[in-house]
Design a protein around this ligand. Structure first.
Ligand code: ZN
Length: 362
């Protein structure tokens, strides 16, 4: 027992050393809070875009928000109505699992990267700006190892609850952080909780972002509910997802919801991926799924390795599936009412928290 504690403390101390080795990016807003829209940076960004004509949909309330009753006409609210407009909800490649991880980087992301490297797999990481500035080296490593970076906002607040200007602040600060770490300006994003409507889509399109939701309730692994949800329950949930996919149309692939949030979600990912491989399903990043050889708005093209039989098409025009900005969307049959609605962003474990954990154990 003593030996166990000693080795655990050593491991945690090493974690502290690893975390400390990353030099945080400075000059950014407070973590996990909606950035101030009156800052000089946000004011300058707002001058670059024209928000005239944005749909006048009232802001929702709650985190995540409750569904409006009665529904708001022409809102096209994905989480409540299953209305996806032109959001991406399925992987564009046949028989392919679009592998995505949200809410990182965290202290456990490197373990996931180690695993993906052994499997020669490329994933899309939907990054939270507040975490990027803490772990910029992890973000650099993701690029170096052929993964695809996309945005998951600065503070992980439900975007339908924020003003247009706050959405700009959330997106642009996150974009700036990735640009600072990698030189790449992101092009794809996933709304926290899948919380997106036509007003949010309008602002995102002005900023050049393509929303990527996921393939509905049936493809939420519920890993974010761990440890309330056990590992075996997550595996059973995903097995049902694969069963449902096996019975349906395989001319398109699917996106499911996973997180590199903590050791539990990173651990279960390493058990889910072999289940897909065993069924001969190809595994790919969003860039690969969408055959997008230019998966960034600027800064060059990150290496997109050809894996599991999915080949990016160099001639594909980037951004052809940009989300609509108007209310003319058609309801999606693959949307969902509640996937991720209760998801929480625990954020990355800070150095202080690790030290506190060590102190508690001692
Ligand atoms: Zn999230």
């Amino acid at each position: 027992m003593v030996k166990f504690f000693t080795s655990s403390i050593t491991a945690l101390a090493l974690s502290v050393a690893f975390v400390s080795a990353q030099t945080p990016l400075t000059g950014y807003p407070p973590a996990n809070k909606v950035p101030d829209v009156n800052s000089p940076e946000v004011q300058a960004w707002l001058k670059e875009i024209d928000l005239t004509g944005a749909p006048t949909i009232p802001l929702h309330k709650g985190e995540p928000p409750a569904c409006p009753n009665p529904p708001i006409p022409d809102e096209c609210y994905w989480t409540c109505e299953g209305c996806a407009a032109n959001d991406i909800t399925v992987c564009g490649a046949a028989n392919t699992w679009g592998l995505t991880f949200d809410d990182g980087p965290s202290t456990d992301t490197p373990k996931l990267l180690d695993y993906l490297k052994t499997q020669k797999l490329s994933a899309t990481f939907f990054l939270i700006g507040s975490n990027i500035i803490q772990y910029p080296d992890t973000v650099k490593r993701e690029i170096a190892e052929g993964h695809h970076l996309a945005s998951h906002t600065w503070s992980h607040h439900a975007l339908t609850t924020l003003t247009n200007e706050q959405i700009v602040a959330e997106m642009k600060w996150t974009e700036k952080a990735v640009l600072a770490a990698t030189g790449l300006r992101m092009k794809y994003m996933r709304p926290p909780y899948g919380d997106i409507n036509n007003r949010v889509r309008f602002v995102l399109k002005k900023l050049g972002y393509i929303p990527v939701d996921w393939t509905g309730d049936a493809f939420d692994t519920n890993d974010w509910q761990m440890p309330t949800m056990t590992e075996s329950q997550v595996i059973a949930t995903f097995t049902k997802s694969l069963d449902a996919y096996a019975k349906g149309d395989k001319s398109k692939g699917f996106y499911c919801l996973e997180h590199d949030l903590n050791s539990m979600t990173v651990g279960v990912a390493q058990k889910l991926i072999p289940l897909g491989i065993a069924r001969n399903i190809s595994i790919a990043s969003v860039a690969q799924c969408e055959h997008d050889a230019a998966p960034y708005q600027a800064g060059g093209t990150s290496p997109i390795p050809t894996v599991s039989g999915v080949t990016p098409t160099a001639t594909t025009t980037a951004g052809t599936s940009t989300g609509t900005a108007t209310g003319s969307a058609t309801p999606s049959t693959t949307g969902n009412k509640s996937s991720g609605a209760g998801a929480v962003h625990a954020g990355a474990l800070s150095v202080g928290a690790v030290i506190a954990a060590v102190a508690l154990m001692v």
